[in-house]
Design a protein. Sequence first.
Length: 379
Amino acid sequence: MELLRVGNCKEEIGKATKGSLVVELDKINLEIPVFIISGKEDGPTAFISAGMHGDELNGIKVVKTIKDMINPSSLSGRLIIIPVINPLGFKECLRNVPLDNQDLNRQFGVKQPKTPSEKIAKVFLEEVVKKCDFGIDCHDSNAENILLPHPRILCNNEAPEVTKLSRVFGTDLILERKGKSGMLAIEAYRKLKVPILTIEIGGGVRIWDEFVNDGVKGIMNILVYKKMINGMIDVPIRQFILNYRDGYTAPFSGLLDVLVSLGNAAKEGEVIATLYDPEKDFLKEIKANHPGVVFSVRLKSKINRGETMFSLLHFKRGKDKAYAINAQMVLNKEALHGIVVHPTKVLDTFLSIFDSSYNLLDTAIGNRVNKIKSYFRGK
Protein backbone atom coordinates (compact mmCIF):
# COMPACT_ATOMS: atom_id res chain seq x y z
CA MET A 1 0.00 0.00 0.00
CA GLU A 2 1.34 3.41 -0.97
CA LEU A 3 1.80 5.68 2.04
CA LEU A 4 -0.37 8.77 2.15
CA ARG A 5 1.17 12.22 2.04
CA VAL A 6 -0.68 15.48 2.78
CA GLY A 7 1.51 18.55 2.40
CA ASN A 8 4.67 17.67 4.29
CA CYS A 9 2.83 15.26 6.61
CA LYS A 10 3.65 11.64 5.75
CA GLU A 11 1.73 8.61 6.92
CA GLU A 12 3.34 6.02 9.18
CA ILE A 13 1.36 2.81 9.53
CA GLY A 14 -0.06 2.37 13.03
CA LYS A 15 0.98 5.85 14.13
CA ALA A 16 -0.21 9.45 14.27
CA THR A 17 1.98 11.93 12.42
CA LYS A 18 1.97 15.72 12.31
CA GLY A 19 2.83 18.19 9.59
CA SER A 20 1.41 21.08 7.64
CA LEU A 21 -0.32 21.89 4.40
CA VAL A 22 1.60 24.78 2.84
CA VAL A 23 -0.25 27.27 0.66
CA GLU A 24 2.00 29.63 -1.30
CA LEU A 25 0.49 33.10 -1.25
CA ASP A 26 1.88 36.38 -2.60
CA LYS A 27 3.37 37.63 0.67
CA ILE A 28 3.48 34.55 2.91
CA ASN A 29 3.51 30.80 2.89
CA LEU A 30 0.47 29.83 4.90
CA GLU A 31 0.88 26.67 7.00
CA ILE A 32 -2.28 24.76 7.86
CA PRO A 33 -1.76 22.09 10.57
CA VAL A 34 -2.39 18.49 9.46
CA PHE A 35 -2.41 15.18 11.32
CA ILE A 36 -2.60 11.72 9.76
CA ILE A 37 -3.80 8.91 12.00
CA SER A 38 -2.99 5.63 10.28
CA GLY A 39 -4.57 2.37 11.37
CA LYS A 40 -2.92 -1.03 11.18
CA GLU A 41 -5.81 -2.46 9.17
CA ASP A 42 -7.08 -1.46 5.74
CA GLY A 43 -10.17 0.73 5.57
CA PRO A 44 -11.52 4.02 4.24
CA THR A 45 -9.56 7.25 4.10
CA ALA A 46 -11.50 10.19 5.56
CA PHE A 47 -10.85 13.75 6.66
CA ILE A 48 -12.31 15.60 9.62
CA SER A 49 -11.88 19.37 9.50
CA ALA A 50 -12.88 22.55 11.33
CA GLY A 51 -12.03 26.23 11.47
CA MET A 52 -13.22 27.07 7.96
CA HIS A 53 -14.56 30.22 9.61
CA GLY A 54 -12.17 31.71 12.14
CA ASP A 55 -14.83 32.69 14.68
CA GLU A 56 -16.37 29.20 14.88
CA LEU A 57 -14.66 27.54 17.82
CA ASN A 58 -16.79 24.54 18.74
CA GLY A 59 -15.91 22.61 15.61
CA ILE A 60 -12.23 23.06 16.40
CA LYS A 61 -12.81 21.60 19.88
CA VAL A 62 -14.74 18.67 18.39
CA VAL A 63 -11.93 17.85 15.96
CA LYS A 64 -9.26 18.20 18.65
CA THR A 65 -11.20 15.83 20.90
CA ILE A 66 -11.56 13.25 18.12
CA LYS A 67 -7.84 13.50 17.33
CA ASP A 68 -6.94 12.79 20.95
CA MET A 69 -9.44 9.93 21.28
CA ILE A 70 -8.52 7.84 18.25
CA ASN A 71 -5.95 5.12 18.90
CA PRO A 72 -4.14 4.11 15.68
CA SER A 73 -3.94 0.50 16.86
CA SER A 74 -7.75 0.25 16.91
CA LEU A 75 -8.35 2.13 13.64
CA SER A 76 -9.04 0.59 10.25
CA GLY A 77 -8.10 2.98 7.47
CA ARG A 78 -6.77 6.51 7.79
CA LEU A 79 -7.99 9.80 9.20
CA ILE A 80 -6.69 13.15 8.00
CA ILE A 81 -7.29 15.67 10.77
CA ILE A 82 -7.31 19.42 10.06
CA PRO A 83 -8.21 21.33 13.26
CA VAL A 84 -8.25 24.76 11.59
CA ILE A 85 -8.42 25.36 7.83
CA ASN A 86 -8.38 29.15 8.22
CA PRO A 87 -5.63 29.79 10.81
CA LEU A 88 -5.34 33.49 9.92
CA GLY A 89 -9.06 34.00 10.53
CA PHE A 90 -8.79 32.06 13.78
CA LYS A 91 -5.94 34.24 15.05
CA GLU A 92 -8.08 37.34 14.60
CA CYS A 93 -11.37 35.58 15.46
CA LEU A 94 -12.82 36.54 12.08
CA ARG A 95 -15.20 34.53 9.92
CA ASN A 96 -13.43 35.35 6.65
CA VAL A 97 -9.84 35.02 5.49
CA PRO A 98 -8.23 38.35 6.59
CA LEU A 99 -5.99 38.63 3.51
CA ASP A 100 -8.96 39.20 1.17
CA ASN A 101 -11.97 39.30 3.53
CA GLN A 102 -13.61 36.44 1.65
CA ASP A 103 -15.69 33.58 3.01
CA LEU A 104 -13.50 30.52 2.43
CA ASN A 105 -16.57 28.32 2.14
CA ARG A 106 -17.59 30.08 -1.07
CA GLN A 107 -14.24 29.74 -2.87
CA PHE A 108 -14.03 26.04 -3.71
CA GLY A 109 -14.06 24.84 -7.29
CA VAL A 110 -12.34 27.83 -8.93
CA LYS A 111 -10.26 26.51 -11.84
CA GLN A 112 -7.64 29.28 -11.86
CA PRO A 113 -7.44 30.66 -8.31
CA LYS A 114 -6.16 34.19 -7.90
CA THR A 115 -7.17 35.40 -4.44
CA PRO A 116 -5.69 33.98 -1.19
CA SER A 117 -9.02 32.32 -0.32
CA GLU A 118 -9.30 30.67 -3.72
CA LYS A 119 -5.74 29.36 -3.44
CA ILE A 120 -6.37 27.90 0.03
CA ALA A 121 -9.52 26.22 -1.24
CA LYS A 122 -7.73 24.81 -4.29
CA VAL A 123 -4.90 23.31 -2.25
CA PHE A 124 -7.35 21.83 0.26
CA LEU A 125 -9.31 20.12 -2.50
CA GLU A 126 -6.19 18.74 -4.18
CA GLU A 127 -4.19 17.76 -1.11
CA VAL A 128 -6.93 16.57 1.24
CA VAL A 129 -10.37 15.98 -0.31
CA LYS A 130 -9.13 14.29 -3.49
CA LYS A 131 -7.35 11.63 -1.40
CA CYS A 132 -10.41 10.73 0.70
CA ASP A 133 -13.46 8.50 0.44
CA PHE A 134 -15.57 10.90 2.52
CA GLY A 135 -15.20 13.87 4.85
CA ILE A 136 -16.77 15.63 7.82
CA ASP A 137 -16.53 19.43 8.05
CA CYS A 138 -17.35 20.98 11.44
CA HIS A 139 -18.87 24.44 11.93
CA ASP A 140 -20.82 26.41 14.54
CA SER A 141 -23.31 29.27 14.30
CA ASN A 142 -21.28 32.48 14.49
CA ALA A 143 -20.26 35.14 17.01
CA GLU A 144 -23.84 36.29 17.66
CA ASN A 145 -25.92 33.11 17.85
CA ILE A 146 -26.02 29.60 19.23
CA LEU A 147 -27.93 26.67 17.76
CA LEU A 148 -28.71 23.06 18.58
CA PRO A 149 -26.23 20.53 17.14
CA HIS A 150 -27.27 19.16 13.75
CA PRO A 151 -25.89 18.11 10.37
CA ARG A 152 -26.80 19.91 7.16
CA ILE A 153 -27.65 18.25 3.87
CA LEU A 154 -28.49 19.64 0.47
CA CYS A 155 -31.93 19.64 -1.14
CA ASN A 156 -31.96 17.10 -3.98
CA ASN A 157 -28.51 16.01 -2.83
CA GLU A 158 -26.37 14.55 -5.57
CA ALA A 159 -24.54 12.52 -2.90
CA PRO A 160 -27.05 10.15 -1.26
CA GLU A 161 -24.31 8.95 1.09
CA VAL A 162 -24.40 12.36 2.78
CA THR A 163 -28.03 11.82 3.76
CA LYS A 164 -27.11 8.44 5.26
CA LEU A 165 -24.25 10.00 7.21
CA SER A 166 -26.55 12.74 8.49
CA ARG A 167 -28.87 10.11 9.94
CA VAL A 168 -26.02 8.11 11.45
CA PHE A 169 -24.64 11.28 13.05
CA GLY A 170 -27.54 10.81 15.41
CA THR A 171 -28.87 14.22 16.39
CA ASP A 172 -32.60 14.80 16.75
CA LEU A 173 -32.56 17.41 13.98
CA ILE A 174 -31.20 17.42 10.43
CA LEU A 175 -31.40 20.62 8.39
CA GLU A 176 -31.97 20.44 4.65
CA ARG A 177 -30.80 23.50 2.70
CA LYS A 178 -30.21 24.67 -0.85
CA GLY A 179 -26.56 25.55 -0.38
CA LYS A 180 -24.48 27.94 -2.47
CA SER A 181 -21.91 27.57 -5.22
CA GLY A 182 -18.36 27.47 -3.91
CA MET A 183 -19.25 25.55 -0.76
CA LEU A 184 -16.89 22.70 0.08
CA ALA A 185 -19.66 20.10 0.37
CA ILE A 186 -21.12 21.06 -3.02
CA GLU A 187 -17.94 21.41 -5.05
CA ALA A 188 -16.20 18.35 -3.59
CA TYR A 189 -18.95 16.10 -4.85
CA ARG A 190 -19.45 17.91 -8.15
CA LYS A 191 -15.80 17.74 -9.07
CA LEU A 192 -14.39 14.79 -7.13
CA LYS A 193 -17.46 12.69 -6.15
CA VAL A 194 -16.37 12.84 -2.50
CA PRO A 195 -19.34 13.06 -0.09
CA ILE A 196 -18.86 15.56 2.73
CA LEU A 197 -21.14 15.96 5.74
CA THR A 198 -21.36 19.45 7.23
CA ILE A 199 -22.18 19.65 10.94
CA GLU A 200 -23.10 22.62 13.11
CA ILE A 201 -22.33 22.71 16.84
CA GLY A 202 -23.03 25.64 19.20
CA GLY A 203 -21.74 29.17 18.58
CA GLY A 204 -21.23 32.53 20.23
CA VAL A 205 -17.39 32.40 20.24
CA ARG A 206 -17.38 30.14 23.29
CA ILE A 207 -17.15 26.42 23.90
CA TRP A 208 -20.38 24.59 24.79
CA ASP A 209 -19.20 21.32 26.31
CA GLU A 210 -22.58 19.59 26.08
CA PHE A 211 -22.83 20.31 22.37
CA VAL A 212 -19.18 19.43 21.73
CA ASN A 213 -19.92 16.05 23.29
CA ASP A 214 -22.85 15.63 20.91
CA GLY A 215 -20.55 16.36 17.98
CA VAL A 216 -17.91 13.91 19.15
CA LYS A 217 -20.53 11.22 19.69
CA GLY A 218 -21.95 11.81 16.21
CA ILE A 219 -18.58 11.51 14.50
CA MET A 220 -17.79 8.34 16.43
CA ASN A 221 -21.16 6.99 15.20
CA ILE A 222 -20.04 7.63 11.62
CA LEU A 223 -16.65 5.98 12.13
CA VAL A 224 -18.41 2.91 13.53
CA TYR A 225 -20.85 2.93 10.60
CA LYS A 226 -17.90 3.07 8.19
CA LYS A 227 -16.25 0.18 10.08
CA MET A 228 -13.20 2.27 10.91
CA ILE A 229 -13.60 1.66 14.64
CA ASN A 230 -15.56 -0.81 16.77
CA GLY A 231 -18.53 0.32 18.82
CA MET A 232 -22.28 0.88 18.90
CA ILE A 233 -24.19 3.39 16.78
CA ASP A 234 -26.53 5.37 19.03
CA VAL A 235 -29.35 7.30 17.34
CA PRO A 236 -32.67 8.81 18.53
CA ILE A 237 -35.83 6.84 17.88
CA ARG A 238 -37.21 9.80 15.92
CA GLN A 239 -35.30 12.27 13.79
CA PHE A 240 -36.70 15.39 12.15
CA ILE A 241 -35.45 16.53 8.75
CA LEU A 242 -36.20 20.26 8.60
CA ASN A 243 -36.45 22.14 5.34
CA TYR A 244 -37.34 25.34 7.17
CA ARG A 245 -37.10 26.67 10.71
CA ASP A 246 -39.30 29.55 11.80
CA GLY A 247 -36.99 32.49 12.44
CA TYR A 248 -38.41 35.38 14.44
CA THR A 249 -36.94 38.67 13.21
CA ALA A 250 -36.81 41.94 15.15
CA PRO A 251 -39.57 44.34 14.04
CA PHE A 252 -37.39 47.28 15.11
CA SER A 253 -33.92 47.93 16.52
CA GLY A 254 -33.55 47.78 20.26
CA LEU A 255 -32.55 45.88 23.37
CA LEU A 256 -33.41 42.18 23.15
CA ASP A 257 -34.16 40.07 26.21
CA VAL A 258 -34.70 36.42 25.25
CA LEU A 259 -36.64 34.62 27.96
CA VAL A 260 -36.08 31.05 26.77
CA SER A 261 -32.95 28.96 26.42
CA LEU A 262 -31.75 26.75 23.61
CA GLY A 263 -33.71 23.50 23.57
CA ASN A 264 -36.55 24.86 25.76
CA ALA A 265 -40.18 24.15 24.93
CA ALA A 266 -42.53 27.06 24.28
CA LYS A 267 -46.33 27.09 24.32
CA GLU A 268 -48.35 28.83 21.64
CA GLY A 269 -48.80 32.46 22.66
CA GLU A 270 -46.13 32.28 25.34
CA VAL A 271 -43.97 35.40 25.71
CA ILE A 272 -40.50 34.19 24.78
CA ALA A 273 -38.70 37.53 24.41
CA THR A 274 -39.11 41.26 24.84
CA LEU A 275 -37.75 44.01 22.61
CA TYR A 276 -37.22 47.52 24.01
CA ASP A 277 -36.77 50.73 22.02
CA PRO A 278 -35.06 53.18 24.44
CA GLU A 279 -35.67 56.20 22.19
CA LYS A 280 -39.43 55.71 22.11
CA ASP A 281 -39.57 54.01 25.53
CA PHE A 282 -41.55 51.22 23.92
CA LEU A 283 -41.52 47.56 25.00
CA LYS A 284 -42.89 44.84 22.73
CA GLU A 285 -43.57 41.27 23.83
CA ILE A 286 -42.62 38.57 21.32
CA LYS A 287 -44.88 35.52 21.48
CA ALA A 288 -44.58 32.02 20.02
CA ASN A 289 -46.76 31.54 16.94
CA HIS A 290 -47.05 27.81 17.57
CA PRO A 291 -45.88 25.41 20.29
CA GLY A 292 -42.34 24.22 19.68
CA VAL A 293 -38.73 23.85 20.72
CA VAL A 294 -36.09 26.61 20.59
CA PHE A 295 -33.65 25.78 17.77
CA SER A 296 -31.38 28.85 17.83
CA VAL A 297 -30.96 31.91 20.04
CA ARG A 298 -29.23 35.25 19.54
CA LEU A 299 -26.65 35.88 22.26
CA LYS A 300 -26.07 39.61 21.72
CA SER A 301 -28.63 41.84 23.42
CA LYS A 302 -28.43 44.70 20.90
CA ILE A 303 -30.29 43.83 17.74
CA ASN A 304 -31.14 45.67 14.54
CA ARG A 305 -34.41 45.58 12.67
CA GLY A 306 -34.70 42.49 10.49
CA GLU A 307 -32.08 40.45 12.35
CA THR A 308 -33.10 37.05 13.71
CA MET A 309 -33.82 36.96 17.44
CA PHE A 310 -34.32 33.20 17.67
CA SER A 311 -35.85 30.33 15.72
CA LEU A 312 -38.22 27.55 16.73
CA LEU A 313 -39.00 24.07 15.51
CA HIS A 314 -42.79 24.27 15.62
CA PHE A 315 -45.02 21.32 16.41
CA LYS A 316 -48.72 20.62 16.09
CA ARG A 317 -50.67 18.19 18.15
CA GLY A 318 -52.99 15.68 16.57
CA LYS A 319 -55.54 13.42 18.22
CA ASP A 320 -52.97 10.97 19.54
CA LYS A 321 -49.62 12.19 18.22
CA ALA A 322 -47.41 15.21 17.73
CA TYR A 323 -45.78 16.20 14.47
CA ALA A 324 -43.38 18.93 13.39
CA ILE A 325 -44.39 21.66 10.97
CA ASN A 326 -42.15 21.88 7.87
CA ALA A 327 -40.23 18.77 8.90
CA GLN A 328 -40.19 15.15 7.84
CA MET A 329 -40.15 12.74 10.78
CA VAL A 330 -38.12 9.56 10.35
CA LEU A 331 -38.63 6.62 12.71
CA ASN A 332 -35.73 4.28 13.49
CA LYS A 333 -37.64 1.16 14.48
CA GLU A 334 -36.22 -2.04 13.00
CA ALA A 335 -33.84 -4.28 14.95
CA LEU A 336 -30.25 -5.07 14.08
CA HIS A 337 -27.25 -5.91 16.24
CA GLY A 338 -24.89 -2.97 16.76
CA ILE A 339 -27.48 -0.18 16.69
CA VAL A 340 -29.24 1.27 19.72
CA VAL A 341 -31.83 4.02 19.99
CA HIS A 342 -32.59 6.56 22.68
CA PRO A 343 -35.50 8.98 23.26
CA THR A 344 -35.76 12.00 20.99
CA LYS A 345 -35.03 14.93 23.32
CA VAL A 346 -36.68 17.68 21.27
CA LEU A 347 -39.91 15.69 21.08
CA ASP A 348 -39.81 14.83 24.78
CA THR A 349 -39.16 18.50 25.55
CA PHE A 350 -42.12 19.56 23.44
CA LEU A 351 -44.42 16.97 25.02
CA SER A 352 -43.43 18.18 28.49
CA ILE A 353 -45.54 21.31 28.04
CA PHE A 354 -48.70 19.19 27.77
CA ASP A 355 -50.40 17.09 30.40
CA SER A 356 -49.21 13.54 30.97
CA SER A 357 -52.39 12.00 29.53
CA TYR A 358 -51.47 13.24 26.06
CA ASN A 359 -49.34 11.30 23.56
CA LEU A 360 -49.96 7.72 24.56
CA LEU A 361 -47.83 6.28 21.76
CA ASP A 362 -44.69 8.28 22.48
CA THR A 363 -44.95 7.72 26.23
CA ALA A 364 -45.09 3.98 25.74
CA ILE A 365 -42.17 3.99 23.33
CA GLY A 366 -40.14 6.31 25.55
CA ASN A 367 -40.48 3.95 28.51
CA ARG A 368 -38.91 1.04 26.67
CA VAL A 369 -36.76 2.74 24.05
CA ASN A 370 -33.44 1.98 25.75
CA LYS A 371 -34.21 -1.71 25.41
CA ILE A 372 -34.70 -1.52 21.66
CA LYS A 373 -31.99 -2.29 19.16
CA SER A 374 -32.83 -0.52 15.96
CA TYR A 375 -31.76 -1.08 12.41
CA PHE A 376 -30.55 2.19 11.01
CA ARG A 377 -32.20 2.74 7.66
CA GLY A 378 -30.70 5.63 5.61
CA LYS A 379 -33.18 7.67 3.67
